[in-house]
Design a protein around this ligand. Structure first.
Ligand code: ADP
Ligand code: MG
Length: 897
């Protein structure tokens, strides 16, 4: 073999050790990264094409590491070469190999590892393949090749399965074992292709039918792939062993079919490793502050690497391996791939500008493994037999040249979008779950608050209702008791009055009994007022609580509605309570009033009169003018007229009755009348009259109107508001003498107003007044008589003033017969009013004729004689004397005054 300058030694330098020219031989494993080499040639075609954009930035140069392994003598050699020494002598501790030329000459070569015939499979794996496998796990491509003469142990070294003896397992099985231990089953994947290259044809050992697989090179990255080859996913060692067995079986079958030996073909096992890793965090200076850094989170990356294990065809020359029987073509082909590999290694070792990579399929296939961008380990196997010295020497030289080949190592990483998406999905799921959890917690909290609010509201409601009910009962009881006491007192007083004449004097000064009662009732009232205030406070509290709950409960619309209903209930309750309080007050007013009456009555010794305004208005005026207010007025101030008037429209009939009584009593006092009218009391009373429903209401309302009608301004208001026709209707409808008395009293008051004369007549007031005499009750008749007297007086005044002329409307309306008839009535008040009426009518000549015809003259004459009142007697006399017609008639009748 020609010396090519890469030989470690030459024959002339006996025993001298010459490391390879670029001998940066290291004993370190491939894992230690080497610094960029100064002798790295940028002109290399392989290097140029391998600067792929997918690879990480800077490549790391690394030399191909070469180990030599000596096979032990086999049985044949032990016998045949028994007298000869081995052609090699190993110095493993010095990592040297001496190749004997003859008995006195040898050449020494240095390798990265020298493995003796005693080296275990484990050690071979550790020094030759393990660094490569570790490198593959780190993301680099890696290649382990076995080169050597047939029978020297290439297959033994690489492909032994070690099924019976695990210590015999070769590099293939051990590599897979190591990979399986180090990858993650969840995120990483391993797949395997197993191929045979024979006669420049690639066959799939996992699918024998697939017998012409083409090599695809990525022009951009320079990556080599075999897309047509079967890729089998490996999950465990067993499945891998199965696969290797299957491949071996297919290899034998294929070689039998091709009538060749496996030693003539190259067996290639490709292990594809895909691992998910996280990139490094990147610190980026921020725009605003260059000294601070924004740390970009690590990117998910996928590292793809490939371990190629190549059991090369025997390196012996064809003729020597007994291939004479084969076609020349075949021999050429076998030689082609191996010799092309040799040529490439030479070119790479010499840093030649041209590396004939495309000359064979083997070199194309190993493009990125051997002399490309991979960590590569070569094991050259040799036999000990001196008979094969030449082949052994050639093998050794091949290994030596290979040691000079530098590889550029580049890690291959791709951005792992799939795993990023997966991670984001997981993160999203987590976030959604967290959000759902929080939402649920929030909902639970809202529900809890609502429930709590509901409980609290119902508790407050319950307490409030109970309290109200208790207070109401208590008030009722107290009220009943007071009434009872008052009644007892009244009975007692009456009895006293009957049985003891001079008790009258006592009663006069005896206010104390009543005053005590009034004081008790006042106290009660104060209590009621206090309770009402408390109730108002409670309602306000409830309102504010409701407001709070409304704020607190975000989703509590229904709850709020409930609370509102409850609140409305409360307000309703409160209103009822207030009404009850006012009823109590009004009842008290009533009682006070009645007591007052009683006292007066006892003082006068007469019978009680419920509505004093009609007969003795002056007594009321006197009371109110006497400097201190009556109890009624004082209470009226306390309660407020508006509130009492409101009660006139209450839903509760009882309340309405009491209210109208109170208004009537108040209206009896002149001092209150203005306020009542101002507050709309007159209108309310007229309304009651109109919407007749209850005799008591109507009677009392009419009484109140009668009292108000004492005031001239009110008289006009009554007229304006249609009061005359209302009173007239009531006058014709009503049967109750007291109602009629009140209506008659009201009309009688109106009759005293000069301005209302015509309206009274046109709206049926006079007819109504006269119609009421049907009742015959002296009180009613008395009011009718008063009305007629009032009316006649006004007419008389108007006639005297020249405002009106002609016959009296009373005579027009047919009043005369009743006037004449009543002039002799036994009841003094009736008689007196009629007497006055007759005098007024007689003052005008226009009435004289009718009066004479109607018999009024006789009555007037009687008045001049019998009337108990002197002033009326002289008035009658004067009137008769001043009238021509009366005088002539009296003359005719021979009457003398
Ligand atoms: P090759 O594949 O290089 O043709 P093989 O691996 O088939 O050679 O080996 C040929 C024979 O030598 C086999 O019987 C094998 O068992 C044996 N052999 C090879 N290397 C060793 C070794 N280191 N120790 C023991 N036997 C070996
Ligand atoms: Mg073999």
């Amino acid at each position: 073999m020609a010396s090519n300058g890469y030989r470690n030694g030459t024959g002339t330098n006996k025993g001298a050790i010459k490391p390879p020219a670029s001998s940066n031989i290291r004993s370190s494993s491939f894992k230690s990264r080497l610094p960029p080499s100064s002798n790295h040639s940028p002109g290399s075609a392989l290097r140029r094409t391998s600067s792929a954009s997918f690879t990480t930035a800077a490549g790391v140069p690394g030399r191909v590491r070469v180990a030599v392994r000596l096979r032990p003598r086999n049985a044949e050699e032990s016998t045949a070469d028994a007298d000869f020494a081995d052609c090699v002598e190993l110095q493993p501790e010095l990592k040297r190999l001496k190749l004997r030329k003859n008995n006195w000459e040898s050449e020494t070569y240095e390798f990265d590892e020298v493995l003796t015939e005693f080296a275990s499979q484990k050690r071979v794996y550790e020094v030759v393949a393990k660094p490569v496998v570790e490198s593959v796990l780190d993301g680099y491509n890696g290649t382990v090749m076995a080169y050597g003469q047939t029978g020297t142990g290439k297959t033994f070294t690489l492909g032994r399965l070690g099924e019976e003896d695990t210590s015999a397992r070769g590099i293939m099985v051990r590599s897979m074992e190591e990979i399986l231990v180090n990858v993650s089953r969840e995120t990483d994947s391993i797949s395997v292709s197993y191929l045979q290259l024979y006669m420049e044809t690639i066959q799939d050992l996992l699918d024998p039918a697939n017998d012409n697989i083409s090599i695809v090179e990525d022009p951009r990255t320079g990556d080599v792939s075999l897309p047509g080859a079967t890729h089998v996913e490996i999950k465990d060692e067993q499945s891998f062993l199965e696969l290797l067995r299957l491949g071996e079986a297919h290899r034998i079958a294929a070689n039998t079919k091709l009538n060749t030996e496996s030693s003539r073909s190259h067996a290639i096992l490709m292990v594809h490793v895909k691992r998910s890793v996280l990139g490094e965090e990147v610190a980026i200076p921020t725009e605003s502050d260059k000294s601070s850094h924004f740390v970009k989170p690590p990117k998910p990356l996928v590292r793809k690497s490939k371990l190629v294990l190549v059991d090369l065809a025997g390196s012996e020359r064809v003729q020597k391996s007994g291939s004479e029987g084969h076609m020349l073509e075949e021999a050429k082909s076998i030689n082609l791939s191996l010799s092309a590999l040799g040529k490439c290694i030479n070119a790479l070792a010499e840093n030649s500008a041209h590396v004939p990579i495309r000359d064979s399929k083997l070199t194309r296939l190993l493009r990125d493994s051997f002399g490309g961008t991979a960590r590569t380990s070569l094991i050259v196997t040799i036999g000990p037999s001196p008979r094969h010295r030449g082949e052994t020497a050639s093998t050794i030289l091949f290994g030596q040249r290979a040691m000079k080949v530098e590889n550029m190592l580049r890690i291959k990483e791709e951005f792992d979008y799939k795993s990023l998406a997966r991670r984001l999905e997981i993160q999203l799921d987590k976030l959604i779950a967290e959000n759902e959890r929080q939402q649920k917690a929030f909902d639970d909290e809202v529900e809890r608050i609502n429930l709590e609010a509901q409980n609290r509201v119902s508790e407050v409601e319950r307490n409030f209702t109970d309290g109200l009910e208790k207070e109401r009962l208590k008030c009722q009881m107290e009220y009943m008791e007071s009434v009872k006491k008052l009644e007892e007192k009244m009975i007692e007083n009456q009895q006293k009055h009957q049985h003891d004449g001079f008790m009258k004097d006592k009663c006069n000064g005896e206010g104390p009994g009543f005053c005590e009662d009034i004081a008790v009732i006042k106290k009660l009232l104060e209590k009621e007022t206090h309770m009402r205030k408390e109730a108002e406070k409670e309602v306000n509290k409830l309102k504010s609580q409701l407001g709070q709950h409304m704020d607190a409960g975000a989703g509590g619309d229904a709850e709020i509605l409930k609370l509102q209903i409850a609140l409305e209930d409360e307000v309703h309750q409160k209103k009822k309570l207030e009404e009850e309080i006012i009823i109590l007050r009004s009842q008290m007013l009533q009682l006070t009033f009645e007591a007052d009456q009683m006292r007066r009555c006892l003082a006068r010794g007469g019978s009680g009169n419920a509505y004093p305004g009609l007969d003795s208005p002056m007594s009321q005026v006197r009371d109110s003018l006497s400097g201190h207010k009556t109890p009624v007025s004082a209470l009226f101030d306390q309660v407020g007229v508006e509130k009492i008037l409101d009660l006139l429209e209450s839903e509760d009939a009882n309340v309405r009755i009491h209210a109208v009584k109170v208004v009537a009593n108040l209206a009896a006092e002149e001092a209150n009348q203005e306020r009542i009218v101002e507050a709309g009391g007159l209108t309310s009373l007229l309304m009651l009259l109109r919407s007749y429903e209850d005799e008591t209401v109507r009677r009392v309302a009419a009484g109140a109107i009668a009292n108000l009608a004492m005031n001239e301004a009110n008289q006009e208001l009554i007229m304006v508001q249609g009061g005359i026709s209302l009173l007239s209707t009531t006058a014709s409808d009503a049967e109750d003498p007291q109602t009629l008395r009140m209506v008659a009293g009201a009309i009688a008051n109106l009759c005293g107003n000069d301005k209302l004369q015509a309206t009274l007549r046109s709206e049926g007031g006079i007819k109504a007044l006269l119609g009421m005499v049907r009742c015959r009750h002296p009180d009613v008749l008395s009011q009718v008589a008063r009305g007629i007297a009032n009316f006649a007086k006004c007419e008389s005044r108007a006639s005297t003033n020249g405002i009106r002329s002609g016959r009296s409307l009373l005579i027009d309306e047919g009043a005369l017969p009743w006037i004449v008839q009543s002039a002799n009535n036994d009841a003094a008040p009736i008689r007196r009013h009629i007497e006055l009426a007759l005098c007024h009518l007689a003052q005008h000549e226009a009435n004289a004729k009718d009066m004479i015809n109607g018999g009024a003259l006789w009555e007037l004459v009687r008045i001049t004689r019998d009337c108990s009142r002197e002033d009326i007697r002289s008035l009658a006399r004067r009137t008769l004397n001043s009238s021509l017609l009366f005088r002539s008639e009296m003359r005719r009748l021979r009457i003398e005054l």
